[in-house]
Design a protein around this ligand. Structure first.
Ligand code: HEM
Length: 530
């Protein structure tokens, strides 16, 4: 005590002699030092054996936010090596428990409704963008019914009608776009694939009338809606910031466009259409209530937004991968010539099944470049982790990262190699899920939107699993396979420098996508431009 007083006197005198700015700097420095000190001390002294290990971090609140945010897959891999499949890290002050590998995917994605909750996490981001009463702004049982309506609309008959629509959109896009004038050139492929994705999805799912509005104002409005999906908005979704104001204005305007279209379609007494809007206009909830127009409008926004980022980033990755492997692009062309005929007739839905390499391109690209790297759930009651002593408490958030097992050597030999041929049974690097007996039927379950495979034990889940599993998987496959098949007919791609390299990943938004500019060199296959 005496020593503290002896030292304290001169220290206090010295502090008083400093200018205000220096005093503030010293106080902030002292505060930082103490908070780091106690944060580190608490990690050393208070380890809870019943909770997963905590990733070491210097600063409270910030925790591992920066290392996670810079490269989530690397963060997962490195910490899996240090702590095992289940570990906790601090993400913006929140204890976030990651559980990777098939067991972790199953634990989180197939979690019971009384244990885990998606809407609590996502609603702040999605409700201002989609609108009220749909997806995460309603009870889960209602979302299950909404997913059922959307899934039922995606019939084989509907897919049959979508393939010509998508093919025509792709061909006409390349023919009219200034960046593809001439015999060859260099283009940043990502914005081009984003446009192709929105034109093809809006035309197939929402009808020609809505598609045509994308040439006018809808594209800009969707861009403004998109601004609402920034990671920053997990915290600032409510703030009257310019991009949030634009988001809110865009939401109201787009919803009105859809509601006006619904009204005019009802007035015309249309029948037998194949698009999603028409189907929703004729759907009724179990309690006998017809789906209200504002909910149809909001579901239309949700569907387009859900598909846009994932499909557009996947198609960009596919084109970049093809540019890095012109030999595979040539194989794809020859596959069409061999299986569909040398004159390459108009593509049909049935043709897609005759193009196994074309299918494998999508599968392999999603293995390495799953657009959704982190899937989160709130914990509603303490959850014991089977086979361990851990119990995940309700103040943690759970995070599933199916991309980790999809790039794990244990399941995929040479995991970092992009090799679409690995999906052939006889390939020496075929994953075990391909080599295993297909007769071994996967366990199926119905959460209220039709039977889906449970995915338990599968290391490959780019479309998720459980009650929140993607209902757009088949549509995305048809859309992507058609886009690839048509692009391959029209172009040869290669890297600008002729190398086999592929650009890095941008994790700054919620979805992982290629860093830009992602330039590729294109050359026309003249035969298919007449
Ligand atoms: C859910 C991936 C395309 C509509 C999901 C989930 C994943 C996913 C991982 C689960 C999210 C979670 O558990 O929280 C993908 C990928 C796509 C794709 C990789 C393309 C390559 C589409 C398309 C549509 C769509 C084209 C619409 C036509 C939905 C919907 C959900 C969903 C409605 C359900 C959300 C929920 O139940 O919480 N998707 N998706 N997706 N996706 Fe997709």
């Amino acid at each position: 005590m005496g020593l503290v007083q002896e030292l304290g006197g001169p220290l206090a005198e010295g502090f008083a002699r400093l200018g205000l700015a220096s005093q503030v700097a010293v106080a902030v420095g002292g505060f930082l030092f103490l908070s780091v000190f106690f944060n580190v001390l608490s990690q050393i002294l208070f380890k809870n054996p019943n909770e997963p290990p905590l990733v070491f971090h210097w600063f409270p609140f910030v925790g591992s936010t920066i290392t996670y945010g810079m490269d989530p897959p690397r963060f997962f891999r490195e910490n899996k090596a240090k702590y095992g499949d289940c570990f906790t890290f601090i993400l913006l002050g929140k204890k976030t428990t990651v559980y990777v590998g098939p067991k972790g995917n199953d634990f989180i994605l197939n979690g019971k409704i009384r244990d885990v909750c998606a809407e609590e996490i996502y609603t702040v981001l999605t409700t201002p963008v989609f609108g009220k009463d749909v997806v995460y702004d309603c009870p889960n049982s209602k979302l299950m019914e909404q997913k059922k309506f959307m899934k039922i609309a995606l019939t084989t008959e509907a897919f049959r009608s979508y393939v010509p629509i998508i093919s025509d959109e792709v061909t006409s896009y390349f023919k009219r776009t200034a960046d593809f004038k001439g015999q060859s050139g260099i283009v940043n492929i990502c914005p081009k694939m984003a446009q192709i994705t929105i034109f093809t999805a809006s035309h197939a799912l929402q009808g020609k009338e809505i598609r045509d509005k994308f040439d006018e104002k809808l594209a800009d409005l969707y861009h403004d809606l998109d601004m609402g999906f920034s990671p920053l908005n997990f915290m600032l979704h409510w703030a009257p910031l310019p991009w949030n104001n634009r988001r809110d204005h865009a939401q109201r305007t787009v919803a009105k466009i859809y509601m006006d279209t619904i009204k005019s379609r009802r007035a015309q007494g249309e029948s037998g259409a194949q698009d999603m809007m028409y189907h929703l206009m004729n759907s009724t909830y179990k309690n006998g209530v017809k789906v209200p127009d504002h909910e149809i409008a909001h579901m239309m926004i949700a569907l387009l937004m859900a598909g846009q980022h994932s499909s557009s980033s996947t198609s960009s990755w596919i084109m970049l991968r093809l540019a890095s492997r012109p030999d595979i692009m040539e194989e794809l062309y020859q596959e069409q010539v061999k299986n569909l005929g040398a004159d390459l007739p108009p593509l049909t839905y049935e043709d897609l099944a005759k193009l196994p390499l074309n299918q494998a391109i999508v599968k392999e690209t999603l293995r390495l470049h799953a657009p959704i790297h982190s899937i989160m759930r709130a914990v509603k009651q303490p959850m014991p982790v089977p086979g361990t002593k851990y119990v995940i408490p309700t103040n943690h958030v759970l995070l599933a990262a199916p991309g980790v097992s999809a790039t794990d050597e244990q399941y995929f030999p040479q995991p970092d190699l992009w090799e679409p041929h690995r999906w052939e049974k006889e390939s020496p690097i075929a994953p075990s899920i391909v080599r295993n007996d297909p007769e071994e039927e996967e366990e199926k379950i119905d959460y209220g939107y039709g039977l889906v495979s449970k995915g338990t034990g599968s290391p490959y889940l780019p479309f998720g699993a459980g009650r929140h599993r993607c209902i757009g998987e088949q549509f995305a496959n048809v859309q992507l396979q058609t886009i690839v098949a048509m692009t391959v007919r029209m172009f040869k791609f290669r890297n600008v420098d002729g190398s086999n390299n592929v650009i890095g990943t941008d994790y700054a938004s919620l979805f992982s996508r290629p860093l830009e500019p992602a330039n590729i060199y294109w050359e026309k296959r003249e035969k298919h431009w007449e």
